[in-house]
Design a protein. Structure first.
Length: 424
């Protein structure tokens, strides 16, 4: 992979945020692009996590600068919205459109945004001021909503008052539809140039579903439904059925990509916004935050380990079948084993957001511009560090045909004081 430089240039987002921590090296774009070309599927899978989703935008910027173009993007909740922006634009515009999307939704819905130099000063004035300032921004999101994303209903719904399902929520997400239509080309999404899958839950029967552009025509409603987290956001009606946020059932789309058939050699960049591993909370406020971490992390490492074990069985079975004598090839049990076996290879690169000290239980709806830029920069650092690791994009040669990497577990990204092993 690319050689490390003494100091890597910062992205535009990092420059605006005033982040001065050491950045990971930029990989050589042609080299990483060539490494990824050996894979039949290069997937980008994006977890849900509200305001934390700017981390995913940073990861995508790093992939783009390395010349890696995913041909399958799967997302849930905020991951679905990032998916729409990426897949709905030509490659040369995707990072700019992501930046425009995040700069838009990180502004208050009604009030005047603080001048950037004032926000920057408050955000960098020490831990106590930063915690207070970010808590105030989160409160602002609750009170007035976010521009181009959601606004509160007036009057707010009464707990026991019946009405239309699309009004049974505290916020109205119609501004989000306008934003997606402005920033995304849905004809491009439906051209199948890139495979797109977004997860949601059928409110009536509780079934988890993926809206996929290989089987249906996707509209803004499909992406909005994937992020319709109740009771804040309303259910979205699609073809006579109502859907809620896919994170209610599963917040990680990796399983959909790895388990798809027919199986293909797959390099997957799994971008998680919640870490299952964290400290035991000692206050009610911290308890609320820790609950979210555990609930929405979806045990990504557990899912990956399960997928790795099942692929190992298929891979070993394939090796055994290659040693079966010709006279037994027509045996029914051998034919069944042929169906179950698989020689395809999988490589999963985990990118897991690491919570900052100042963040509280409101981190998923704290849409401050400075916080957004710091999240973005963290994603950019993590993917650059991951791509700089030798051999991390190679096909595995183990008996499972499956390998995972995590820069916080297997390498050193940009460690903070007291930082331990990577998250689950």
């Amino acid at each position: 992979m690319a050689q490390r430089k003494k100091q890597a240039p910062q992205s535009a987002v990092a420059d605006e945020a005033g982040v001065h921590t050491g950045a990971a090296p930029r990989p050589r774009s042609h080299y990483c692009g060539g490494e990824s070309a050996q894979w039949e599927t290069v997937a980008l899978t994006l977890q849900g996590g509200g305001a934390l989703g700017a981390y995913q935008a940073g990861v995508y910027e790093g992939l783009a600068e390395a010349g890696i173009a995913p041909n399958w993007i799967a997302g849930i909740s905020i991951g679905a919205l990032n998916t729409a922006i990426i897949a709905g634009n030509p490659p040369e515009l995707r990072v700019a459109r992501l930046r425009e999307f995040w700069e838009t939704i990180c502004r208050p819905a009604y009030s005047v945004q603080l001048p950037s130099f004032v926000e920057h000063a408050l955000f960098n004035s020490g831990d106590a001021i930063r915690k207070t300032f970010t808590a105030m921004q989160a409160a602002s999101a609750l009170v007035e909503g976010q521009k181009g994303f959601f606004v509160p209903r007036f009057p707010p719904p009464m707990p026991h008052a019946s009405g239309h399902p699309e009004r049974a929520s505290y916020y109205d997400t119609r501004p989000l539809k306008d934003t997606l239509e402005r920033l995304c080309d849905f004809d491009r999404i439906n051209s199948k140039e890139t495979r797109v899958s977004v997860g949601a839950v059928n409110v009536r029967n509780g079934n988890f579903v993926y809206f996929d552009n290989t089987t249906m025509k996707l509209r803004p409603e499909h992406f909005i439904a994937s992020g319709a987290l109740p009771p804040g956001f309303p259910a979205v009606e699609i073809d006579g059925e109502y859907y809620w946020d896919g994170g209610l059932v599963s917040n990680t789309p990796l399983y959909e990509v790895i388990q798809t058939t027919p199986r293909r050699d797959t390099l997957a960049f799994q971008v998680d916004l919640w870490s299952a591993r964290g400290p035991v909370p000692d206050s009610i406020t911290d308890v609320q935050g820790r609950m979210k971490d555990i609930q929405y992390s979806s045990r990504t490492r557990l899912v990956t380990d399960m997928l790795q074990r099942s692929q190992r069985f298929r891979h070993v079975l394939r090796e055994v079948l290659d040693r079966v004598a010709a006279e037994h090839q027509q045996d029914p049990w051998v034919e069944l084993a042929e169906e179950l076996s698989c020689s395809k290879k999988y490589n999963v690169v985990h990118l897991i957001y690491r919570q900052k000290e100042y963040e509280g239980h409101f981190k998923d709806y704290q849409f401050g511009t400075s916080t957004m830029r710091e999240h973005w920069h963290s994603g950019l650092q993590d993917i650059r560090a991951s791509l700089a690791q030798p051999g991390w994009l190679d096909k595995p040669d183990n008996d499972a045909g499956f390998v995972t990497h995590d820069i916080h577990r297997d390498g050193r990204a940009h460690p903070q004081p007291g930082e331990g092993e990577g998250a689950v």
